[in-house]
Design a binder for this molecule. Structure first.
Ligand code: 6U4
Ligand code: NA
Ligand code: NA
Length: 159
């Protein structure tokens, strides 16, 4: 059985623009993505999300809104190679000024100019919902990093 990872993904939205990073290394290098990474020992999900924002682009998000959970199941033939549980957050304000790091280059995009063609293939299935303030649950299966199955749901808020 493969490894299980708990990860974070933060979308900073301000003045009609969203802050993405162009990842310089690791999983998804060259793609645009939200800011994030693995939750480490002794951290909770929110503190990991804040730490990744500081490490990758030098900003501190002010108020993280939890927007959902994504599961990425990566298969190699019939074997599960890894499973990623990714907690997605929105931040509408932040402290600091975005700066480049060894991991990432920060770039602002208009909400209607998000470069989905240079992002993970699943992003277009759920990110528009998150950016219109809907919570999501998604489950995606990849075979050697090719998307083979996807399910996306909007989470109904409880009264
Ligand atoms: P290291 O260098 O090990 O600390 P780290 O930045 O913690 O790496 P990495 O590079 O494995 O993590 O990247 C994890 C990030 O990639 C998480 O923020 C979630 C994101 N991610 C993975 N698959 C994704 C997908 N299909 N769509 C998406 N984000 C994905 O939008
Ligand atoms: Na990271
Ligand atoms: Na990390």
């Amino acid at each position: 059985y493969g490894m299980i990872f708990i990860e974070t993904l933060v979308y900073v939205v301000k003045e009609g623009k969203v802050l993405l990073i162009r990842k310089k290394r690791g999983l998804g290098a060259g793609y645009y993505n939200g800011i994030g990474g693995k939750v480490e020992d002794g951290e909770n999900v929110v503190s990991a999300a804040i730490r990744e924002c500081r490490e990758e682009v030098g900003i501190t998000p002010r108020n993280l809104e939890w927007m959902g959970l994504l599961e990425f199941w990566n298969y190699e033939d019939d074997r599960v190679e890894s499973v990623h549980f990714v907690h997605v957050f929105l931040a509408r304000d932040f402290d600091g000024t975005p700066r480049e790091s060894s991991e990432a280059e920060p770039i602002w995009f208009g909400i209607d100019e998000i470069p989905y063609n240079n992002m993970w293939e699943d992003d277009i299935m759920w990110l528009p919902k998150v950016l219109s303030d809907k919570r999501v649950y998604g489950r995606f299966e990849f075979d050697r990093w090719r998307l083979i199955k996807s399910e996306v749901y909007e989470v109904i808020p409880s009264k």
